[in-house]
Design a protein around this ligand. Structure first.
Ligand SMILES: C[S@@+](CC[C@H](N)C(=O)[O-])C[C@H]1O[C@@H](n2cnc3c(N)ncnc32)[C@H](O)[C@@H]1O
Length: 387
């Protein structure tokens, strides 16, 4: 079977986490760059990657890469790209995204999109010996990337971004993306038996992703993908990948009676939403959600009885100027609660993702920090280790 080069897109700063996920699926890593992993595989890997990757935003296939500094070179090279390997004579092909570069002749992303669309049309008409392309079957979205004079033509197999797992129908004002939550869990020392507490759980993303990781529930089995209708992917590939993912679910962990994952929030409404989301993700029995302020959760009976664990949380950032002062007491309360756990339990580590820039003033020096982009916001994951 033909070898394919996949481009797996992730948040900046999370490449290492995604790389280890891809390796676990048995694909060979070809290259790692900012926000992207290239790996080689075949058509059967399209459903496997889409169903199983927790920290990837999108699974693309790279079809060609070439140097072009003039629009005409973009057009001529795009015409050489063998898109008929995927797009049939009646396939609907769209240029979903094309880069632009203000310092070159490729200033307008719309014009770059049009150039490539025209090149593809000419190629397909020639290959399929027709004057008319009805574009009525399937959907083949291409993403055209420009980086330092090199253009790459990629075909998107995913459609809606992979952070849209399907379980989070409702959320608060600032939910964390599911893919990012998953990556944060993988950056901690979490294993399936660790106790994990999120005292600012909002719509429950961190506890829900934790429960899915602990029991090996594939993140994206219950959603649709743009490539599901493509004839080029063998029909049994989807079925095989689904069965493989289902077989890997840890039924023993799913039926475990003692709860080890906790989500608290001061807002009753968020707790209700978190419970609904957990139910949709089929992990409600693995998580204890309760309305509670960050200053009090250490004192709840369910926390009193545990002796070690991790706090992993995404507190309010205070992005707006008028909120900057308001969040200080919240961070101070988190510090007090963590200090109590540190002093009274065998071991407790804490990991906080935030853009708040005064962490050291409140918490003292962290054991380590990592820069991670949460959408457009530069954040850090501060880790306080007390093993
Ligand atoms: C950035 S949001 C968390 C979003 C969450 N990770 C999600 O994916 O939905 C911060 C949350 O902290 C909660 N919160 C604010 N002050 C709090 C306090 N003093 N104690 C507990 N929760 C608080 C808010 O209600 C909000 O849901």
């Amino acid at each position: 079977m033909d070898k394919l080069t996949f481009v797996l897109v992730c948040h900046f700063g999370l490449e290492k986490v995604l790389k280890s996920e891809v390796r676990k699926l048995g694909l060979e890593i070809v290259e790692v760059t900012d926000g992207e992993i290239k790996a080689s595989g075949n058509l059967y890997d399209i459903p496997r990657l889409n169903f199983n990757l927790r920290t990837c935003e999108r699974v693309l296939i790279e079809l060609s890469a070439f140097k072009a500094v003039e629009p005409n070179e973009l057009f001529e090279n795009a015409k050489l790209c063998e898109i008929e390997r995927f797009v049939p004579a009646d396939g609907m092909f769209i240029i979903a995204k094309a880069s632009q570069d203000r310092n070159s002749k490729f200033k307008s992303s719309m014009i770059n999109q049009k150039t490539v669309k025209k090149a593809f049309s000419e190629r397909l008409k020639k290959v399929y010996k027709t004057d008319f392309l009805p574009e009525e079957k399937g959907k083949y979205p291409f993403r055209i990337k420009y980086n330092k004079t090199i253009w790459s033509i990629r075909l998107d197999t995913t459609g809606d971004s992979l952070h849209k797992r399907g379980y989070r129908i409702k959320s608060g004002l600032a939910p964390i993306e599911e893919t990012l939550a998953s990556a944060l869990i993988k950056l901690t020392d979490f294993n399936s038996d660790t106790v994990l507490i999120d005292p600012f759980c909002g719509s429950g993303t961190i506890p829900i992703e934790t429960a899915m990781i602990a029991s090996n529930i594939p993140p994206s089995l219950d959603r649709a993908f743009i490539s599901e209708t493509w004839d080029v992917i063998p029909k049994d590939a989807w079925k095989k990948a689904r069965n493989e993912a289902l077989e890997n679910i840890r039924q023993d962990r799913l039926s475990m009676k003692n709860i080890k994952i906790f989500g608290f929030d001061i807002d009753e409404n968020m707790i209700r939403i978190a419970r609904e989301n957990a139910k949709r993700a089929d992990v409600e029995q693995l998580i204890h959600f309760e309305k509670c302020s960050v200053k009090d959760f250490w004192n709840l009976p369910c926390i009193k009885e545990i002796d070690s664990g991790i706090i992993l949380t995404n507190p309010p950032y205070g992005e707006r100027l008028e909120d900057k002062e308001k969040i200080i007491p919240i961070y101070k309360d988190l510090k007090k609660s963590y200090d109590y756990l540190k002093e009274n339990k065998q071991s407790f580590n804490m990991h906080v993702i935030t853009s708040y820039d005064n962490m050291a003033k409140i918490f003292g020096k962290e054991s380590k920090n990592r820069k991670i982009y949460n959408g457009m916001i530069k954040t850090y994951l501060y880790s306080y280790l007390n093993i």
